[in-house]
Design a binder for this molecule. Structure first.
Ligand code: INI
Length: 158
């Protein structure tokens, strides 16, 4: 709509404080998501030394760690990375559902953007596709969502 005031977050890592939490479960996938997130951080001007990476056992533990980091007041955004494969567990609904709901609650309760970089897929093949190097890596997309939200919130102020 013409004339409307538009507020958008720029993809800029300089000066931003971001924490990444990465589940260790399915690490053969999550390690690639983490690489994608780190590459996006650097691509947008960040220094790797300025990025905090926290490891937790599995996707189920991501929300509590996200809540703690977000509530600390030290981060502009938190990125949660994990991988839940339906074929791999009868717990899929519990793990994936609680993880998604818990991450959203962490964001709403703290008003710090918490980004859902968790693959919830049917098969290992789908997970590999979404964690591949380069464009389409969901870890990279999650980092860009974090930077965009951090930028929007910086513009909105407190
Ligand atoms: N954790 C995952 O991150 N992905 C999975 O696919 C998964 N499966 O298959 O169960 C999984 N389970 C572990 C869970 O997240 C917790 O770490 C564990 O239950 C301890 O609380």
């Amino acid at each position: 709509m013409s004339g409307a005031r538009l507020l958008e977050g720029r993809l800029e890592a300089r000066g931003r404080k971001v924490a990444v939490i990465a589940a260790r479960f399915n690490d053969f996938i999550v390690a690639s998501l983490l690489k994608g997130a780190q590459a996006a951080w650097v691509r947008h001007g960040g220094e790797l030394e300025d990025l905090l990476v926290v490891r937790v056992p599995g996707a189920f533990e991501l929300p509590v760690a996200a809540r703690k980091l977000a509530a600390s007041g030290r981060y502009d955004a938190v990125v949660a990375l994990g991988c839940v494969i339906r074929g791999g567990t009868p717990h899929f609904e519990y793990v994936a559902g609680e993880c998604a709901g818990g991450l959203q609650r962490a964001a709403l309760e703290t008003l710090v953007p918490v980004i859902f970089g968790v693959l919830t897929v049917e098969t290992v093949e789908q997970a590999i596709e979404r964690a591949a190097t380069g464009e389409g890596n969901k870890g990279g997309e999650a980092m860009e969502a974090a930077l965009e939200m951090a930028g929007v919130f910086a513009e909105l102020g407190s």
